[in-house]
Ligand binder design. Sequence first.
Ligand SMILES: NC(=O)c1ccc[n+]([C@@H]2O[C@H](COP(=O)([O-])OP(=O)(O)OC[C@H]3O[C@@H](n4cnc5c(N)ncnc54)[C@H](O)[C@@H]3O)[C@@H](O)[C@H]2O)c1
Length: 325
Amino acid sequence: MNVLITGGAGFIGSHVAVRLLTRGDSVVILDDFNDRYDPRLKEARIAHMFEDGKKPVVVRGDIRDRELVEKTMMEHKIDSVIHLAAWASVQPSIDNPYIYSDVNVNGTVVILEAARKAGVSRIVAASSSSVYGGITEFPFREDMNIMHPISPYAATKASTELMCATWNNLYGIPTTCLRFFTVYGPWGRPEMAIFAFTKAIIAGETIKMRGKETMRDFTYIDDIVQGVIGALDHANGYHVYNLGESDGVPLPRMISALESALGKKATIEEVPLPSGDIPKTLSDITRAKVDLGYRPSTNIEEGTKKFVEWYHEWHDRIFTQTKLD
Ligand SMILES: NC(=O)c1ccc[n+]([C@@H]2O[C@H](COP(=O)([O-])OP(=O)(O)OC[C@H]3O[C@@H](n4cnc5c(N)ncnc54)[C@H](O)[C@@H]3O)[C@@H](O)[C@H]2O)c1
């Protein structure tokens, strides 16, 4: 396949790129390397692919640039699109809703229109567990009514799904939206809890636990990649799938797992969960198991151990050295 991965310098996109290149697909990455978080990490993910002999085509640009997106799809004869580029994270979307709606909604429309014009035969797009918003029935199932978003970010992800459904209805391109549940692992995003807590615990700083009742279905990156590839390979019609671990992990359990992996106790300050964040997420993954052969297999204890190993090996190389050796 000739696969375009939007947001391919990002956390999930870079892992998906490596998996596709390993199995022999051609990969084009479109990413603007923006500074929502430290772009050195994005550069390092790409540099690491090349060091490892994986050679994607890297196009630096914005998914809202219609001409560039159309040219990229045509020039590289793209037949499959994995659309992951977005502004992620709940809290910043409350402070800056415009960039979220612009990139996540308008950018998605650009991708869908360009895919139609380029004759793309399948699309996989990133949604999020945040679309479940104020729902208090667990686990979250794909057929629940998601019209109760509690953050601009969640609303943009629900809109992504609506746009994908609309384009599928109009033009019939097989399209799958994946609701990712709190993804973590090596090369993860620095502002997410597992990364930020690891850094703080090592530095002996206090970590802020947003409610000890808060529960997240933390999902290990390798499991997510398996689900994304499964969705790509099983494309037909329009579908929405939860990709989670189906394990509701209270924050204290995640912190204990990190403490064991780091061999160091955390100093914890409990603070209230900010508005916009969901108190509890838990996925029902029956649909993805049946249709995509999705089989997540990494619990939080194993996953944090792997993350901490990566952190020790890479953090300083990425963030304190200007050039990778
Ligand atoms: N990581 C998670 O826990 C999680 C959970 C739910 C949903 N998601 C969704 O999965 C997708 C990937 O998430 P991630 O964790 O890898 O995030 P990420 O921020 O690491 O990756 C997104 C990438 O998109 C790029 N990008 C953003 N705006 C762009 C634009 N206008 N043009 C081109 N590139 C642009 C960024 O530079 C970044 O490299 C996102 O759509 C996100 O909303 C992630």
